[in-house]
Design a binder for this molecule. Structure first.
Ligand code: ADP
Length: 381
């Protein structure tokens, strides 16, 4: 503190009273615990959200009295509770979860838990949480709207595509080279719009948990060959070589063909899109003891270090790409991540700006019958 600092000094009692007033007046729910997770303070908003009184909560072990569920209604284990993670990591933890109220009803909450540390040792934690029922409802309505609007856009779009193809193929009489050029632009615009609609529909399916998974044994190399052909055809006017590296042994896996194709197609398309002329994109699949590893590497512009942890976020596009390539939505990798998680897999990448990027996709075989997703009622412990 500087000698000019005229902030009045507080006694310990005054500081406690100040902390108490601050705690009580926070507009979100707030609960503090000791180092064992026992509740030491609760503010009125917290009592309102979870439906317990202060007397019922004080001294109770927080994870025991308040059951938490993931957003898809699976009970959260003690080790995965934000408060435990905050104790273990010594860092603030941000999460969305469902809390079960005293009445048994569930309430979605956005949580931030900060550990209280003294000389690196945890003294307890403060959890601040907010009821997000309304936000979740708006999000659901937004997804429903996108889904409805996308379905409605498909019909007129297919008319545009059909008639443009008929015109360009000469079914309606001869056309001039200038007309042909314009029609090509119309068709490529319609194709882009079609892709965007599919992406939006897939995202709403993932976000609402209604995406269908149909496990079937697939021949990975031939699926990759097909993808490479399709992407090469689409990018015929760009001098980027797309190569499928044959696996040493035939590779098969039980997975969902359409979802797998969508994931790899997105990665290969990005590879081509973000690689300058003369470069290459290589796709390879390798069966390992516990999983299938698919890699897609390119010699492109790469992902800047400071953008790497945002690359799977919705609408994110890295600044080095936005400067060069105007078309894009930043939805592709967000969708890919959701699809990979739907298959129970993992995706990560290594990238160096100016050198290239390598994406890694790891998936395990799915069981014959996909596990039914728990829906609706919140399970009781
Ligand atoms: P879009 O391609 O529509 O921008 P994506 O979600 O597919 O959206 O990708 C998000 C961003 O990630 C891209 O805008 C780009 O900045 C970066 N990116 C993805 N793949 C690559 C790649 N192979 N090389 C370089 N940057 C990439």
């Amino acid at each position: 503190m500087s000698q000019y600092d005229d902030t009045p000094k507080r006694t310990t009692f005054e500081q406690q009273a100040e902390a108490e007033a601050l705690f009580t007046s926070i507009g979100d729910g707030a609960i503090s615990t000791d180092e064992f997770g026992r509740i030491t303070r609760v503010n009125p908003v917290a009592q309102e959200i979870i439906g317990y009184t202060e007397a019922e909560l004080l001294g109770q072990w927080f994870p025991k009295i308040i059951t938490a569920l993931t957003m898809d209604t699976k009970v959260v284990n003690l080790i995965d509770r934000p408060i435990t993670k905050a104790f273990l990591t010594g860092k603030p933890i941000y999460e969305k979860m469902i809390y079960r109220r005293k009445s048994g009803e569930s309430v979605p909450v956005s949580i931030v838990v900060s550990p209280i540390l003294l000389d690196g040792k945890p003294l307890g934690a403060v959890e601040v949480f907010r009821d997000i029922t309304l936000e979740e409802e708006i999000d659901r309505m937004k997804s429903e709207f996108i889904s409805l609007a996308s379905h409605q856009l498909r019909t007129p779009l297919s008319a545009i595509k059909t008639y443009s193809h008929m015109l360009i193929d000469g079914y309606m009489g001869d056309i001039t080279p200038a007309q042909k050029k314009s029609l090509r632009t119309i068709i490529s615009g319609a194709n882009r719009m079609n892709e965007l609609i599919s992406t939006l529909l897939n995202i709403t399916r993932i976000e609402s948990g209604t995406i269908a998974v149909t496990p079937k044994v697939i021949d990975v190399d031939s699926v990759i060959d097909e993808i490479v052909k399709e992407v090469s055809m689409m990018a015929a006017d760009k001098a980027v070589e797309v190569v499928a590296k044959e696996s040493p042994k035939p590779v098969t896996i039980r997975t969902d063909l359409l979802i797998f194709k969508e994931i790899v197609t997105n990665l290969v398309t990005n590879g081509v899109k973000y690689t300058p002329e003369g470069g290459s994109v290589i796709v390879q699949a390798k069966k390992r003891s516990a999983d299938l590893l698919v890699t897609v590497s390119d010699t492109g512009w790469g992902i800047p270090k400071q953008s790497q942890d945002q690359i799977f976020s919705k609408f994110f596009r890295a600044p080095n790409i936005v400067r060069r390539e105007t078309t894009g939505t930043g939805l592709g990798l967000y969708l890919v991540k959701g699809l990979v998680e739907t298959l129970g897999g993992k995706i990560w990448f290594k990238s160096e700006e100016g050198k290239g990027t390598k994406f890694y996709l790891s998936i395990k075989p799915l069981k014959k019958q996909p596990a039914a997703k728990p829906k609706g009622e919140v399970p009781q412990p």
